[in-house]
Design a protein around this ligand. Structure first.
Ligand code: HEC
Ligand code: HEC
Length: 466
């Protein structure tokens, strides 16, 4: 198989508007290429498109998904066999990081399901999921297990004599992700763009020989409205066209994608309408007030201020200063950024694309309690670990859906070494985050090092309020 016959990306489902969505203001000043006026109606249409419009080709049929458990490793298969249909569905959803739709729990929020029962991935595969058992719109899906899903699908399709599609085969060559909750999304973009011209029309193309695979944790969507530029290095100017790379499947022609422009304006309106979720547990107001002072002194120069008169500076911090994992910066080359800049995505060079970013952008911290794990590679499970670099775990594995209220983030088990028993089981191995692997380091961000233990506790309490 050539690299050309490649995988897919996304398409359209989501939950019944769990977030209260306020009217959208001030979008005009933020969207500089085109002054788009967006309304709540547009946002509602955008949500419907994500949930129900197929931007990406069909992945598998409902009937295939329902029997995927028959090809699971023996221990899991025995468990699935012993339960009923509802129990098996829960096991299937849990294994792959799906959340049930509220109006039809047989369908996942993360996939469009058409009337014939075909499933196709949508944006919520990476941008929608649950935290502490509750669904949250626009939260990074920290449970998604795409590589395990497609590896299992290959087995089931082979057993049933069903033809494999590009996603099934492509994920053999370009891994979808080596740890659950993260994905190799930026590399898909590079690989898929290698076979399109600047109008997005398909070409014979050629993939450059060295591609640095690396997994990333998707950012929270409710912060997009605050950000003038997108992605961790802020290389892309924000507007609706910047969302279209996520549907660059080979089976979508250039014209098809360009014709979706109006639909992506609505998807963009939906993303801009999202509000950060509120911390659902108790907060010590006094401690948090003290934390605000610590924050404004030590953190706000990069991350901005919150509450009334909030300001967000969108500050780029040089790589050697922030010190977090450098691979993402190297993986996207100057050439890749130029190709983007000159294409339809960036209005043929009219948008301001940064060809040589200096480092990573300090992201807005609204709703930060909900978007664990932290950093662009998802390497740090809690805010306490983020504030205490020496205590960051080398290898961690999350509990199924536990929330760590003390340390603020996902509840994890910590390991010094990868347990031997998982080495021969890739599906299990992907449940462990190994910070010693390439692109997965949990280093850097020393900005709280000088603070006392008490100040860090105050800060942690304040971060819950954002
Ligand atoms: C396979 C996982 C995956 C899917 C599916 C996906 N994304 Fe993303 N998305 C990511 C990752 C990872 C990033 C971060 C990339 C970076 O910073 O370099 C991202 C970043 C973004 C951003 C920028 C956010 C910011 O604050 O910088 C937007 C907007 C976005 N995605 C929209 C979409 C839309 C719209 C769809 C569906 C059409 C989609 N994504 C589908 C993984 C995904
Ligand atoms: C010099 C600028 C700078 C300062 C000061 C700074 N940060 Fe950051 N921070 C960054 C950058 C850049 C990132 C993104 C790093 C990455 O993802 O690789 C970041 C990431 C984070 C994240 C993770 C965000 C996410 O979505 O994963 C949190 C939380 C955070 N910082 C909190 C703080 C706190 C609390 C302070 C004050 C003690 C602070 N930062 C001080 C630049 C800064």
């Amino acid at each position: 198989m050539t690299l050309r016959t490649k995988f897919v990306f996304i398409a359209g489902i989501f939950l019944a508007l769990l977030c209260a969505r306020a009217p959208i203001a001030n979008l005009q000043q933020e969207t500089t290429t085109e002054n788009v006026q967006q309304t709540q109606d547009d946002a509602d249409i955008g949500l419907d498109l994500i949930l129900n419009h197929r931007f990406l080709p069909r992945d598998f049929h409902q009937s295939t998904l329902e029997q995927v458990w028959k090809d699971w490793p023996a221990d899991l298969k025995a468990k699935a066999e012993a339960t009923d249909d509802a129990g098996r569905r829960k096991m299937i959803f849990d294994r792959y990081g799906f959340t049930p739709r509220q109006d039809d729990p047989k369908k996942a929020v993360q996939f469009v399901v058409d009337k014939d029962g075909w499933w196709a991935m949508n944006c919520f595969a990476c941008h929608g999921g649950k935290v502490a058992g509750k669904q949250i719109a626009g939260v990074p899906n920290s449970h998604i297990a795409l590589q395990t899903l497609y590896a299992d699908m290959r087995k089931t399709k082979a057993r049933l004599g069903i033809k494999m599609n590009e996603m099934d085969l492509g994920s053999i060559v370009v891994p979808m992700g080596t740890s659950n909750g993260t994905s190799n999304a930026v590399v898909f973009g590079i690989a898929l763009m290698a076979f399109r011209d600047k109008d997005l029309n398909l070409t014979r193309g050629k993939l450059r020989p060295f591609i640095i695979h690396h997994d990333m944790d998707a950012p929270a969507w409710w912060n997009v409205k605050k950000r003038p530029r997108l992605y961790i290095d802020g290389f892309v100017q924000k507007n609706h066209r910047a969302l279209v790379p996520f549907v660059m499947d080979r089976r979508n022609s250039g014209k098809t994608m360009r014709d979706w422009e109006d639909k992506f304006k609505k998807v963009f309106a939906y993303i801009n309408s999202l509000q950060p979720p509120k911390y659902p547990f108790a907060i010590d107001a006094k401690l948090a007030a003290a934390g605000k002072i610590v924050f404004n002194k030590n953190c706000s120069s990069c991350h901005g201020t919150y509450g009334e008169k909030a300001k967000y500076p969108s500050r780029v911090v040089a790589l050697d200063r922030v010190g977090t994992d450098p691979i993402r910066m190297k993986a996207l080359t100057e050439q890749d950024r130029k190709v983007y800049h000159e294409s339809w995505f960036a209005h043929y060079g009219k948008d301001k694309t940064v060809i040589k970013p200096e480092g990573y952008v300090a992201p807005p911290l609204d709703g930060i309690w909900a978007s664990a794990p932290y950093f662009h590679n998802g390497s740090v499970p809690t805010l306490w670990h983020l504030l205490n670099p020496k205590q960051r775990p080398k290898i961690w594995k999350r509990t199924p859906d536990g929330y760590d209220k003390k340390n603020v983030g996902i509840e994890v088990e910590v390991f010094e070494k990868l347990p031997k028993s998982v080495k021969s089981r890739p599906d299990r191995r992907r449940m462990y985050f190994q910070t010693n692997r390439r692109g997965k380091s949990a280093q850097g961000h020393p900005f709280a090092d000088k603070l006392s233990e008490q100040q860090k506790r105050q800060l942690l309490e304040y971060l819950k309020t954002l």
